[in-house]
Design a protein around this ligand. Sequence first.
Ligand code: ZN
Length: 232
Amino acid sequence: MRGVRRPVVIAAIATITVGTVGTVGTVGTVAWCSAAVHAQAAPTQLPLLVHTAQVAGRAVAPAEFIADRIARANQIYAPYGVAFVATGQRKLADEHARLVTREDRDALGGEVERGVIDCFVVESLGDVDEPGRVRRGVHWHSRTHPGAHFVIVSVIAGLDVLAHELGHFLGNPGHSETPGNLMSYQRGEEQPFLDAVQIGRLQRALRGYLRRGEVRAVGTPRVAAAPTARQR
Ligand SMILES: [Zn+2]
């Protein structure tokens, strides 16, 4: 098909320009193409508000813990034109440090702010479906605070967990069976990636968030510097 060839050429150029590498299979290659085109424009910078739980006056994780995971998320999302910026830090009370039940997670809905992606760092995160088991991260919709949803990462979360949970936040609620996919539980040797369908969902979710003001992009992307954005 003629329409398929063109993005491939653009992708080859974009790959050189952006300086990224990756081999992601047939479907993934198409995904990479559209993503690489976005990467040439300024990324949409999304604000992360980081709430770090405290136990006896001490943070459950040092600042580098979340900074490293945000940096990793930015590597993973760079091809998709999305970046995350920590725009605020909050201390989260001791009572929220160890999350066991659904109610524990729901209660975090009282801490969220509008216009940002709230990210909670906790000491432990229980599996609400399998008591006794622990999770590394989750994207959660509070039942007691309608409309509030956020990501939670536990201090045992590896480097890719925040990026995975942000993937859920950004329009991909399900998991992938493809090893190495960001939304799979199986890591590959390459940098985690999203496929074309997942990228489409991400873009739709992002447009919706921005349109509704649920998430407000940091600064104004150069490509979107239209007169309508001008202040009066
Ligand atoms: Zn998941």
